[in-house]
Design a protein around this ligand. Structure first.
Ligand SMILES: NC(=O)c1ccc[n+]([C@@H]2O[C@H](COP(=O)([O-])OP(=O)(O)OC[C@H]3O[C@@H](n4cnc5c(N)ncnc54)[C@H](OP(=O)(O)O)[C@@H]3O)[C@@H](O)[C@H]2O)c1
Length: 258
């Protein structure tokens, strides 16, 4: 079934796998011209071969050149984009003091700095046009500390907080900002973040598919929601953790990671 969205063009970072790839597919099936961004050009080209009017932008957001290329494309007034999805991100699991500090710095750079710069470029381009949508991919991990995924959860707390602030700042301008907060989703995230053990640790019902996350998120973006939390189980979890004393949330989170 083809869905009608209010977007006329889109750009998705991290479109070569997982949630970003699923979002690009949903947008492609809806006939929306989409710029797909990531480092793996072959994966992006496969998407562009399947969907008309897709544009491949190979960029490493960990580099100044890659970031500049994406910022320039987002701000290009000759080819305006009215949905920007900051999805590229990764995590690193383990005891903080045992992890490679250079990798943690790269994680902070991608999850926070690249997302902030692209958000700025997107909103600066959209505000004068009086319409647009920015979707920042955060996580349910943003709502409480996450021992053994400490830096990741902290970066995502930033993403949710920034996006909710920007949602309010842009109120009444015709530009909408949404934070997507998925729970466990089967993607390459688990192998990249060293959390492959989660698949045996967490029951099947706790897992979301990338496609259902992408569909729920894009529908919430179209409605102009501030927060998108796909799946009933995770909606309940987010409500529960917001009512729980912080000390208890922290302890429980630590126990879950053991
Ligand atoms: N899976 C989960 O359980 C889960 C839960 C909550 C939130 N999230 C969030 O969802 C988002 C998407 O993750 P995913 O689960 O779909 O993981 P994934 O399958 O590993 O996808 C990550 C994407 O980010 C891209 N990327 C990584 N580093 C990049 C860089 N330096 N420059 C440009 N692109 C880069 C990757 O493409 P290349 O390698 O080709 O560059 C890939 O397309 C992330 O922000 C993640 O934190 C995931």
């Amino acid at each position: 079934m083809t869905t009608t969205f209010p977007f006329t063009s889109a750009l998705v970072t991290g479109a070569s796998s997982g949630i970003g790839e699923a979002m690009a597919e949903v947008l492609g099936e809806a006939g929306i011209p989409t710029v797909v961004v990531a480092r793996r050009s072959d994966r992006l080209q496969e998407l562009a071969d399947r969907f008309a009017h897709f544009e491949v932008l190979v960029a490493d957001l960990g580099t100044a050149a890659g970031m500049a290329a994406v910022v320039a494309r987002v701000g290009d007034s000759a080819l305006p984009i009215d949905l920007v999805v900051n999805n590229a991100g990764f995590g690193t699991s383990g005891d903080f003091i045992t992890l490679d500090p250079d990798r943690l710095a790269a994680e902070v750079h991608l999850n926070i700095e690249a997302l902030t710069r692209i958000s700025h470029a997107a909103l600066a381009a959209m505000a004068p046009r009086g319409r647009g949508y920015l979707l920042n991919v955060s996580s349910v991990a943003s709502f409480q500390p996450a021992p053994k995924l400490a830096v990741y959860a902290a970066t995502k707390a930033y993403v949710t907080n920034l996006s909710e602030s920007l949602h309010e700042e842009m109120r009444g301008t015709g530009v909408h900002v949404t934070a997507l907060c998925p729970g466990l989703t089967r993607t390459e995230f688990q192998s990249v973040s060293n959390t492959d053990s989660y698949s045996s640790q967490y029951p099947t019902f706790a897992w979301l598919e990338a496609r259902e996350v992408a569909e729920a998120a894009l529908h919430d973006v179209a409605k102009g929601k501030a927060l998108s939390v796909p799946g009933a189980i995770y909606k309940g979890m987010v409500t529960g953790s917001s009512m729980m004393p912080r000390r208890l949330a922290r302890r429980l989170s630590g126990l879950v990671q053991r």
